[in-house]
Design a protein around this ligand. Structure first.
Ligand code: UD1
Length: 417
């Protein structure tokens, strides 16, 4: 059983270059199959979720080759339109392949995606969007079969700005005839990154980053090279770790604008933060204070993915901070683990109240999900004594090498395989 062992209580200091964004590269990898040719992705993070996407691509008949952190995909030889159950179960974002396969072939088959650790994660909005674009969607026996004689662009409104449904609709719309106008689209930076990638291939997508996205159906026209955007959640995790443990960190290769709600919260807690477009510097004495209510919300609100790491940063703060989780029903599973370290957090439904304690003690804890696992790293960095974190496969889904990164900042941390 692999574990991460961290001796907390050390000041963290140094410079880190942040990895490419998981939530951006996964839909981009699905999008590569729209183009029956070659795409090269730079700054592609080495994550188990990315490995799972590569396995799906290879199953579909595409070639995928790594060279450092460059990943080349050649989808010219794509010959299948089904994703088998064992690959679907590996992660939630496998469902984004649905829109892409449908756009390329007019036919797609898969089972329901995995990754339901945050409470119910339906895909009704994804399927509804595909139906409205002209796909016949059959759900039976745990499987989904989509078929179309030709997708047709139209006006399409999402009842809530789901990130995944927006991505699926955009990909399907690229293969549709005519214009699709997607209303109430998610505005996350990762949608903008997907649009940039599609435009690099020659597709006609506009408006990402606003709540109306327009896609004029058009096949990709040429090979492309593309650099994946920086991971704002990995950045938020390392900022939170340094805020909690005390010290000074410079993150490079980030987009400061994407971090504004997280840096504002850490500043309110007493950290000093300075940002330039592509770097951010945070200084913390490690003695933080409680902050006003943190409500998670779709972008540009406070990201649900950064809720757990910010909570971990505030466990030793002076006073009480209220968290309200508005996106997922079951996103406080890390709280029981944090309590083992001496944290005082009470949870009632979507609300969690963190009351700062003077000290955290290292303990044996278990990752419950990806970002909950990251929260244990943050708390472990600030705790006295040794924290042993197990079930770290959750962390590997989204962080390239947190042991390397935290060690580069001076943490006493090691991986035990
Ligand atoms: C993406 C991110 C995830 C992040 C989340 C919210 C990726 C790979 N994952 O997930 O890290 O936490 O955005 O920022 O990018 N919903 C429905 N029906 C649907 C789809 C969603 O009811 O068909 C609901 C969900 O249950 C949830 C809310 O909409 O309550 C938001 O989910 P969504 O934005 O779709 O998240 P994901 O795309 O799954």
């Amino acid at each position: 059983m692999s574990q991460i062992i961290i001796q907390g209580g050390k000041r963290l200091e140094g410079t880190l270059r942040v990895q490419g964004a998981k939530n951006s590269v996964l839909p981009i990898l699905a999008a590569t199959i729209l183009h029956p040719g070659r795409t090269v992705l730079h700054r592609c993070p080495r994550l188990t979720d990315v490995d799972a996407s590569v396995r799906i691509l290879r199953h579909l008949g595409c070639e995928a080759k790594w060279e450092g952190d460059d990943l080349t995909v050649d989808a010219a030889g794509m010959s299948r339109w089904d994703v088998p159950d064992h690959l679907m179960r590996e992660m939630r974002s496998s469902v984004i392949f649905l829109g892409a396969i449908l756009a390329r072939f007019g036919w797609a088959e898969m089972s329901y995606p995995g990754g339901c650790e945050l409470g119910p994660r339906p895909i009704d909005l994804h399927l509804d969007a595909l139906r409205k674009l002209g796909a016949e969607v059959l759900e039976e026996g745990g499987g989904i079969r989509c078929e179309t004689k030709g997708l047709r662009g139209r006006e399409l409104a999402l009842s809530l700005p789901s990130v995944g449904a927006t991505e699926n609709a955009i990909l399907a719309a690229c293969g549709a005839e005519g214009e699709t106008v997607l209303i109430n689209a998610a505005r996350e930076p990762e949608i903008v990154d997907l649009q940039r990638f599609l435009r690099a291939l020659g597709c006609d997508v506009r408006g990402a980053g606003s709540s109306t996205v327009c896609v004029r159906g058009r096949r990709p026209t040429h090979d492309a090279e593309y650099t994946v955007m920086p991971d704002r959640i990995a950045a938020a995790t390392y900022l939170s770790a340094v805020a909690a443990a005390g010290g000074e960190v410079e993150l490079t290769g980030v987009d400061y604008r994407h971090l504004s709600t997280v840096t504002a919260a850490l500043q309110e807690a007493g950290c000093r933060v300075a940002g330039e477009p592509d770097r951010v510097v945070l200084r913390s004495t490690g003695a933080l204070r409680a902050i006003g209510t943190v409500q998670t919300a779709p972008y540009p609100g406070f990201p649900t993915d950064a809720q757990a790491v910010l909570m971990a940063a505030l466990l030793r703060s002076r006073g009480s901070t209220v968290f309200v989780e508005n996106i997922f029903e079951n996103r406080y599973r890390h709280v029981d683990e944090l309590r083992r370290m001496g944290a005082s957090v009470s949870v009632a439904g979507r609300v969690a109240v963190v009351t700062g304690v003077p000290r955290l003690c290292g303990a044996a804890v278990r990752c419950t999900d990806l970002r909950g696992g990251a929260a244990l790293l943050v708390a472990g960095a600030a705790a006295e004594g040794e924290t042993a974190i197990s079930e770290i496969h959750h962390i590997r889904r989204g962080y390239e090498d947190p042991v390397r990164d935290l060690r580069a900042l001076g943490a006493e941390i090691r991986l035990e395989e």
